[in-house]
Design a protein around this ligand. Sequence first.
Ligand code: ZN
Length: 196
Amino acid sequence: MKTVLLKILGAFLATLAVTGVGVYWFATGPTNLDQYPPAAASPYHLPYPANKTWLCVQSNRGVVSHRGWEQFAYDFAMPVGSDVCAARAGEVIKVVVEHDGHGYKWPNNMVVIRHEDGTQASYLHIKKDGSRVAVGDKVTQGQVIAASGHVGNSMLPHLHFHVTDPDRKSTLPISFSDVDRDRGIPRMFKWYKPAR
Ligand SMILES: [Zn+2]
């Protein structure tokens, strides 16, 4: 009896493992790569300094939280207090840095920058009081705009970055001109050093 139960349990766990790998390969990560603008022409740089190499801990369509309207978001793990740089030039339209702590549905900190074409970049989980800019500031690409944090709905210190079209509450597929592989589209569990 015991052996039969163990066999059933084993089969169950094996199925779970196979399903898990299946979900990872087919349900997570960028898809339809042709919908992404070519990296060489991308107006975006990775949102951190050129001398830093950070791990992409969740890419587009990540199963943890990059689903639905947030499907084109990127998460880069970095220690609290790391420099966050403007991925693209624009005007600061929102700064929220009063929150501290993290947990499920925890209030989040952010800096939002509007670009010349009307799209908006959001930089989330910023450290409490970690903004280096104010609403109305014009920022250049690469300018340090904030100190990264671990605030809000966050499981580890990291920066969440996405670009939206404010008219259709949806994130946009973007690539980075300073990512010299993977078609400029960072992938989960890979390290990225800006190539610039
Ligand atoms: Zn995220």
